[in-house]
Design a protein around this ligand. Structure first.
Ligand code: MF3
Ligand code: CO
Ligand code: CO
Length: 243
């Protein structure tokens, strides 16, 4: 899991320089695909997963998650979530980050920051002996205190030899509820934050999830391991590992 997590972070570190005005999300998909398959000798988990047609997810502006790469080009001021899942030696690493294209849009920057801080508040609660509701509650509280909303239809998940396993890690809920968090567990936390209302709509392609009110949406995701005395974030990028 550590190796898969590191490779996932490496892909996100690698792709940042290519996220520029004029690049298509298909090009980003191809660069990540080739890097995972050729350089890392891994497998991009999304490709053909339940019929998903590409190797990464690219979710632009009001797209909440599961955006499908296409020939559409990124424009100055767009923000895009890139979600990477690498399989290595049978284990999965899953992580996503927000990238701003050209000159960042202020509201997009603000929403992305709320989502990132919410993820970290969740990680702070991910301790042995705590309960999953503690993670959920910390995330919801932070997001709503900042006048944004939490998407409820999608959640974090157990991860290991399968992409998505039990438990579901909700991003809203009550403290001191749910199952106990135990050493050895590996799961993702991946809050989706809308600048407007929480409601979402599935597009006719059956993958792309958008905000119903077309407000901006942001998401960050890490895969974490629960240890005897805390947690280890398996998908930290080089910059965060250096801290
Ligand atoms: N990576 C997403 C997650 O965080 C799942 C994408 S499923 C796919 O769980 F099929 F769209 F790739
Ligand atoms: Co995930
Ligand atoms: Co993901």
């Amino acid at each position: 899991m550590r190796v898969a997590g590191r490779l996932t972070a490496d892909v996100l570190d690698m792709i940042g320089q290519y996220v520029q005005p004029g690049v298509s999300t298909d090009e980003l998909d191809r660069i990540c695909h080739d890097y995972i398959v050729e350089t890392q000798q891994g497998i991009p988990a999304p490709l053909n997963y339940r019929g998903f047609p590409k190797s990464i997810c690219t979710s632009i502006n009001h797209v909440v998650c599961h955006g499908i790469p296409s020939n559409k080009k990124l424009r100055n001021g767009d923000c895009v979530n890139i979600d990477i899942t690498v399989i290595k030696d049978g284990f999965h690493g899953d992580s996503s980050r927000m990238f701003h294209v050209g000159k960042p849009n202020l509201q997009a920057q603000r929403t992305a920051q709320v989502a990132l801080d919410a993820l970290w508040h969740g990680i702070d609660q991910a301790l042995p002996g705590a309960r999953f509701g503690d993670i959920s509650h910390a995330i919801q509280k932070h997001i709503e205190a900042h006048h944004c909303s939490v998407v409820r239809e999608y959640c974090g998940h157990g991860i290991g030899s399968n992409f998505h396993e039990d438990p579901q890690v909700l991003h809203y809920g009550q403290p001191n509820s749910g199952n106990e968090i135990l050493p050895g567990m590996t799961f993702t936390i991946e809050p989706m934050v809308n600048a407007g209302k929480r409601h979402v709509r599935l597009m006719p392609d059956k993958w792309t999830v958008v905000t119903k009110d077309h407000s901006l949406s942001a998401q960050w995701e890490h895969t974490i391991l629960i240890t005897e005395d805390g947690n280890e974030i398996l998908t930290l990028g080089a910059a965060e590992r250096a801290k």
